[in-house]
Design a protein around this ligand. Structure first.
Ligand SMILES: Nc1ncnc2c1ncn2[C@@H]1O[C@H](COP(=O)(O)OP(=O)(O)OP(=O)(O)O)[C@@H](O)[C@H]1O
Length: 947
């Protein structure tokens, strides 16, 4: 975790406070005394005790022991006590604490003193403490979840060790490691560049300047490393080119580590959903206060005294406040996030969970997302014949039609590759380190009998012009003795544009227009079969300078290769599910239109005879209006030969139309589109660090199948939240209604006490609400159109359903109470709190609500489907939570200590039978409502959530 210090004398940096921008040299005579960035490359290796062959495994291990892992400690938030104290400062808690204090005072002033008042004061305090503890625990667990998820995002880098390029976890990197970098990589440690090809980096993470800056291996006389043109810093991004660089500082000793230490943990952002719920909870609390105050004023003149009226009003207030709601919401969101993670979709921001439910368009990549990214060359074309290649995967075993004819082409193609084939370990499979397209070329070269190690030794690479998805082309320059040979591979149109000659089986002739057309037609024919097609060419570098345009001109076309990439097996079903859910899928690919269309057909994205296939060039020719018209036309749309800039433009255009867009991306230059989209989806396995950083969601397996699962789960999280909102708010109606009814009927006491209400809100109702938040997705969740973007959580449907279920519950509970009171024949005015009939009646009311909530929980499980069809026991947690509530109620009714706390009485078997008969009514009525809804929707397909 430190700057490597071969000796201490030359080190002028303080450990934590020193300016880590200037790696100091050691003072040994063997190595240079200049700062690292001022040294020549050869000296740098000496200073850092490394070599162009990288560190040996043994040295790396040793340094890991002494330097520690290359990682930063996790950011520490405010102290535990501060966070806990913070829970007591929200409006809710303050109101309840004030209420409790007044109740305590009321109790002190009471003559004679009523222990019920004291119990109420204590109970309210308990609510405050319990809420604070739940809030704190939930916040803590959400944080832990976020940290675990972050840790799951793969952080790997490439470094040379024992002369071989290895992929290793970033934390294992040590000072002296020779890091291999390419566009899209995040720099894993502070490094000094020793080799660079067209390297530019974005230092935004360190300096805030997003404009890419050029970096080379040349010594630099700058004052500090940060300004030097040859140093790279942890956390910055490689924008273009490739490089090798020596790590000189890791972990906390890096510049990033210093900034990290200075930065306090950023405050956690609440999602719009959480804000909506918090705002709603505040509104309800306000209403509760107002209703309580009004009732207090109404009750005062009835002559029951100030304290009794106050206690009564307080009961009303407590009945209305949804105590467990915010905690339930957070738990439900966190559960959704965990479920998605189990299905390979890591949500980095809770926001994505909500947005997923309303996604209307998915712009998806092809390679790796829809396909397996297991490229295998199956055709090689050289003038004027096509050769088949056999074999599967990356195992270099198979036959090439006529190896002698195609060897020249394959040698050039393989020389122009950065990827490496990795033999199987422990009976695994052959793997590719690097680009899969290049992996396929190395495999076919081996199949044709080429020994690429020997070929590379015979023609060492002296320069390269890296691939990028805008150029769709890559070239390398090789020292071939008398000449410097150029090898080029890329999209056929790009390569053909740069060719002037054609290799006709060893005889080179000028390339005629006719031949050019013929070759383009061959490439199209291969692409139409769903193959990715690359053209390969060769030339000679003439000028001394490394001039890309000159190197890549006047080339000789050697031939074409066609590689297949089979669709992922799970994608067909996932595409069907998304289309069924009203989500439009737009394929966005850099590949050839014919290849794209063939693959799109295979996975079911294209089913019609004539999809709209639009190329990047055609997009460039369109103005915004034309683009809007294209998108508005709906239907199947494939965007081919496009660059990340096109992707960004299309995302913006979709959003202009009010669509909620999810976009996949893997490259560094996909980052703007990923950031701009409503949900940026990065590839976890093959994507670059930059893309993963920009995205809201990371797919660990890169598969489109995981997007479909995430949408399904995102929708179900939202549905579940609505379920427990209806569940929780409907019982508030059940609690409030008898209180209001009693007030207006002139009954002198409350039909349910505040302590009883709290027992329901925090005892019997919390667990079912949590269980509802964990409901599995409903069967038809993907048969509905996406939720409108701006639809409120408390939509009219939710409010209607709450009133419906709560209303029925309220009628039942009031009927039970007044029936019991009337059956006793005692006049209202004679009732006192100690009256056994009154105690029975209020026990009936509390138990009535609990029983009714048991059935209510079953009712809200589905929106349209009969719960009997969905399976009454489909959510065993819910059933268990319901029975827990009933058991708690039974204990309150029968256990003497609880009887005295709650002023309850033992219920008889007949009482329970009556309560079940009344309690089941909301479920029965809701079943009837669902049946009516289903019948209605068979004839007319309604809009949105009313379905
Ligand atoms: N390593 C490479 N070297 C040279 N040319 C390449 C290489 N990889 C791809 N190409 C060419 O560039 C084209 C675009 O490739 P690119 O990787 O940018 O597409 P993409 O957008 O990632 O495609 P997809 O949507 O299939 O993932 C390919 O069709 C191919 O002809």
């Amino acid at each position: 975790m430190k700057v490597l210090r071969p000796t201490q004398q030359g080190d002028e940096r303080g450990p934590a406070t020193g300016r880590p921008g200037t790696p100091a040299p050691p003072s040994s005579g063997r190595v240079s005394r200049q700062p690292l960035h001022a040294q020549a490359v050869t000296d740098v290796f000496g200073t850092l005790e490394s070599s162009p062959r990288g560190l040996s495994a043994a040295t790396a291990r040793e340094r890991f022991q002494t330097e520690g892992p290359n990682e930063l400690p996790s950011a520490r938030g405010p102290a535990v006590w501060r966070r806990l104290a913070g829970q007591f400062t929200d409006l809710f808690a303050v109101v309840l604490m004030v209420a409790s204090a007044i109740t305590f005072i009321a109790y002190a002033l009471q003559q004679p003193r009523d222990t019920g008042t004291l119990q109420l004061a204590v109970a309210i305090l308990c609510v405050v403490v319990l809420n604070a503890v739940i809030g704190f625990a939930q916040e803590y667990s959400a944080e832990r979840t976020a940290q675990t998820l972050q840790a799951m995002v793969p952080h790997r880098c490439r470094a040379v060790r024992d002369a071989a390029v290895l992929e290793l976890p970033v934390r294992e990197l040590v000072p002296g490691d020779l890091v291999v970098l390419e566009a899209g990589d995040t720099v894993p440690a502070d490094c000094r560049v020793v080799e660079a090809h067209e390297l530019t980096v974005s230092n935004a993470a360190i300096t805030g300047e997003s404009e890419p800056v050029h970096r080379t291996a040349e010594p630099d006389e700058a004052q500090e490393a940060l300004r030097a043109g040859n140093c790279l810093f942890m956390g910055t991004d490689v924008v273009t080119g490739t490089a090798r660089a020596l790590a000189f500082a890791t972990g906390q000793a890096t510049e990033f580590g210093r900034i990290f230490r200075l930065t306090a943990a950023a405050p956690r952002q609440k999602t719009p959903l959480q804000r909506q719920v918090a705002a709603m909870a505040r509104r309800v609390a306000g209403t509760a206060l107002a209703v309580g105050a009004v009732l207090f004023v109404i009750r005062l003149p009835t002559g029951q005294g100030l304290v009794a009226s106050f206690v009564f009003a307080l009961g009303v207030m407590v009945a209305l406040v949804p105590e467990g709601l915010p905690a339930t919401l957070s738990v439900s969101l966190a559960l959704g996030v965990r479920r998605m993670a189990r299905h390979h979709a890591l949500v980095k921001k809770l926001l994505a969970v909500e947005a997923l439910g309303s996604t209307t368009v998915v712009c998806t990549d092809k390679t790796g997302t829809l396909t397996q990214a297991e490229m295998t060359v199956v055709r090689v074309w050289v003038w004027d014949q096509e050769h088949s290649v056999t074999g599967v995967g990356y195992e270099p075993k198979g036959e090439v039609g006529d190896p002698a004819t195609v060897r020249g082409l394959l040698r050039s193609a393989a020389l122009c590759c950065d990827a490496r084939l990795v033999p199987p370990e422990d009976q695994g499979r052959w793997r590719v380190l690097g680009d899969t397209t290049e992996g396929a070329l190395l495999v076919v070269a081996a199949k044709a009998g080429l020994d690429m190690a020997a070929e590379e030794a015979a023609a060492p690479r002296i320069a390269e012009h890296p691939f990028d998805s805008v150029r769709k082309l890559m070239s390398t320059v090789h020292d071939e003795g008398q000449a410097r040979g150029v090898r080029v591979k890329g999209a056929p149109s790009e390569v053909l544009d740069r060719c002037t000659r054609l290799d006709r089986g060893g005889r080179v002739t000028p390339l005629t227009d006719e031949e050019r057309d013929r070759i383009a037609a061959e490439a199209d024919a291969l692409a139409a079969g769903g193959l990715r097609v690359l053209a390969v060419a060769a030339g000679e570098a003439t000028g001394s300078a490394r001039d890309r345009d000159a190197d890549e001109s006047d080339l000789t076309l050697l031939g074409l290769v066609g590689m297949q990439d089979p669709p992922r097996p799970e994608v067909h079903e996932a595409v069907r599910a998304c289309l069924g859910a009203g989500i439009r899928i737009v394929m966005v690919t850099g590949d050839h239109p014919l290849t794209a269309e063939a693959v799109a057909r295979r996975v079911g994205i294209v089913r019609s005879a004539a999809p709209a296939v639009v190329t990047g060039a055609a997009l460039d020719a369109m103005d915004e209006e034309e683009l809007d018209r294209l998108l508005a036309a709906g239907g199947e749309l494939l965007l081919c030969r496009v660059s990340p800039e096109h992707k960004m433009r299309v995302v913006t255009a979709f959003q202009r139309r009010g669509e909620v867009v999810a976009v996949t991306g893997d490259g560094a230059n996909d980052a703007p589109a990923l950031k701009h989209a409503d949900i940026g989806v990065a590839m976890g396995a093959s994507g670059t660090d930059v893309a993963r950083e920009a995205a809201e969601m990371v797919l660990l397996d890169d598969s489109f199948g995981s997007i479909a699962v995430a949408v399904r789960l995102g929708r179900s999280v939202y549905q579940n939240i609505r379920k427990f909102l209806v569940y929780l708010f409907s019982h508030n109606i059940g609690e409030l209604a008898p209180i209001l009814a009693a007030t207006f009927a002139g009954f002198p006491l409350v039909p349910i006490t505040a302590v009883q209400v709290l027992a329901i809100d925090l005892g019997s109702d919390v667990l079912p609400a949590l269980a509802l938040g964990a409901e599995p997705p409903e069967a038809d969740v993907m048969d509905r159109p996406p939720r409108p973007r701006h639809e409120r959580l408390f939509s009219r449907t939710v409010i209607r359903r709450t009133l419906f279920l709560g209303g029925i519950q309220a009628i039942g509970v009031c009927a039970v109470f007044f029936w019991h009171i009337h059956a006793s024949g005692i006049p209202y005015a004679d009732f006192t709190a100690g009256n056994p009939v009154y105690r029975e009646a209020i026990t009936m009311v509390q138990a009535g609500i609990v029983v009714s909530q048991f059935f209510n929980a079953l009712a809200v499980r589905t929106e349209r489907e009969s719960v009997f069809k969905a399976g009454v026991f489909g959510n065993p947690w819910l059933i268990a939570a319901g029975f827990f509530g009933l058991a708690l109620m039974a204990a309150i009714s029968y256990v003497p200590v609880l009887q005295s706390v709650f002023h309850t009485a033992p219920l008889t078997g007949a009482d329970w039978a009556l309560l079940v008969a009344v309690g089941v009514l909301p479920l029965a009525a809701d079943e009837a409502r669902k049946a009516w809804l289903r019948r209605r929707t068979v004839t007319a397909r309604p809009e949105g959530e009313a379905r």
